[in-house]
Write a protein that binds this ligand. Structure first.
Ligand code: ASP
Ligand code: MG
Length: 474
């Protein structure tokens, strides 16, 4: 069971988590994975970045605030004086470590990826002992474990991946005996360590990935990601009032949604469980009576083949074109080596068969440096009028229609575009991969909501007809 930042956001949330784990652990062994208290990782990263500028104040202030926040939670959660003192001492050591790292960064005015990982990991290292303590308060034997002891990773700081066979060995050696003893391990999410013991992180939001890595390593029966929403929804409920929880979706659909901005899951989460086919649940720790969404290898089919919609708007459309690029074989190659060089993440690509124009989308944060690099790369071609324009539009959004069973279902695209036409939504670009489980289109940002509402209605995604009323025991 993994609990996200909001699920461990304060003392009362942590108490709720402890109760959920207590109930589950009476039925079978449970391994818990926790995130940092919500917001903490952001602050830590900010403190590290400010320190790099040589400014020591922000980090000092931050650690003060973090101490207060964690002390308050601890005081509210743990009645036993002895236990509280033990956890407090452990936390204090972590705060001191963080302060040292930030001071060192400020002195050197250099923040290495390794140091950034060490600082960003502190939140999980603080929350895990607290959650374990809260369990003990309820009479459940529990111990916190740092994932640096369990998850062996490659050395890619800020986005490490596990070395599974080594991780499996460590989990068997360390966690299995705890479970046999009736102890609930509470593992820090988000982090791991290289074979040499250097701490790494799995990327922002990586605690979900920690949960599936550990679940796979332990051959778990199921993995439950407890969060603050009811599950995977058919659309963002802030934009589409009729959005509802999807009872069951496939690994692939969930992954498509994760890549396209539905922030329920870290995009790599399901990678770890594909081989074993372990089901992954998304459930709401604030409403544990609800079923949530079950993510399974194949999912379950529903009528139209469309399962969910998602949209992202912090993206920028870049297009490059002109008559001179027709039939020039290296334009596409040069374009995307340029985006690769500046590490721009390309979310969508579309090129018409007339080859007059290539357009693609990057996150807005990457847009400036991508365009600068392209203008440099194609400077000669622009001068010789081979390339006529490199244009940028930041006021757009990508809407993605996701569903594995759209594959081989004719007419889905037609229905989407007719529905949009009726709402007067203009489509700027379209892309569908050959996997056919995602049709994405680009619209003006101001049309995004209308596009979602219209498509949602067209496929009846809000109707209760496909709703699952099964009661789930987890
Ligand atoms: N605390 C980390 C983050 O905020 C990891 C996680 O919450 O999943 O990115
Ligand atoms: Mg998360």
């Amino acid at each position: 069971m993994k609990f996200g930042g909001t699920s461990v956001g304060d003392a009362s949330c942590i108490a709720r988590v402890a109760q959920i784990v207590k109930d589950a652990s009476s039925e079978g062994p449970v391994v818990v994975v926790v995130s940092a208290m919500s917001g903490v990782t952001n602050w830590l990263i900010e403190a590290a970045t400010e320190s790099e500028r040589g400014d020591r104040e922000p980090a000092a202030a931050l650690f003060e605030a973090l101490r207060q926040q964690h002390d308050a939670a601890l005081a509210a959660l743990i009645q036993s004086k002895e236990r509280r003192a033990q956890i407090a001492a452990r936390m204090e050591a972590i705060f001191v470590e963080g302060e040292r790292l930030c001071k060192g960064t400020a002195l050197l005015r250099e923040l290495t990826p390794r140091t950034l990982d060490a600082v960003s990991s502190l939140g999980e290292r603080l929350s895990a002992p607290m959650v374990a303590g809260a369990m003990e308060e309820l009479g459940v034997r529990s111990e916190s474990v740092e994932a640096t002891e369990l998850i062996v990773t490659d050395p890619y700081h800020g986005g490490a991946d596990p070395v599974m066979d080594r991780t499996r060995q460590r989990c068997t050696a360390l966690l299995q005996p705890m479970l046999q003893d009736g102890v609930v391990p509470v593992v820090t999410g988000f982090i791991g360590a290289t074979e040499d013991g250097v701490l790494t992180t799995l990327g922002r939001g990586g605690s979900d990935y920690s949960a599936t890595i550990l679940g796979a390593a332990m051959d778990a029966e199921e993995i439950i990601i407890w969060t603050d929403v009811d599950g995977v929804l058919t659309a963002d409920p802030r934009l589409v009032a009729e959005a509802r929880t999807i009872p069951e979706i496939s690994y692939r659909e969930a992954t498509e949604l994760a890549y396209f901005g539905a922030k329920v899951l870290h995009p790599k989460t399901l990678r770890a469980v594909v081989k074993q086919g372990i089901p992954v649940w998304i459930r709401n720790s604030f409403s544990p009576e609800k079923n949530g969404t079950k993510i399974t290898p194949k999912g379950r089919t529903n009528g139209g083949g469309v399962k969910a919609l998602t949209a992202i708007k912090d993206v920028t459309l870049i297009s490059l074109g002109g008559p001179g690029i027709v039939g020039v074989p290296d334009v596409v190659g040069r374009t995307f080596s340029t985006t690769a060089e500046v590490h721009a993440n390309v979310l969508l690509i579309s090129q018409s068969s007339s080859q007059n124009d290539i357009c693609f989308i990057v996150s807005s944060a990457d847009a400036r440096r991508t365009v600068d690099a392209l203008r440099k790369e194609f400077a000669q071609d622009v001068r010789h009028e081979k390339v006529e324009h490199i244009t940028v539009d930041a006021h757009i959004a990508i809407v993605a229609v996701v569903g594995e069973n759209m594959r081989g279902t004719p007419g889905v695209a037609g229905r989407v575009f007719i529905a949009l036409g009726q709402e007067n939504v203009n489509i700027i670009a379209i892309a569908q991969g050959s996997s056919e489980s995602n049709i994405s289109f680009v619209v003006a940002e101001q049309d995004m909501k209308a596009a979602l509402v219209a498509t949602h209605r067209e496929f009846g995604l809000g109707s209760a007809a496909t709703h699952d009323r099964r009661v789930t025991v987890s």
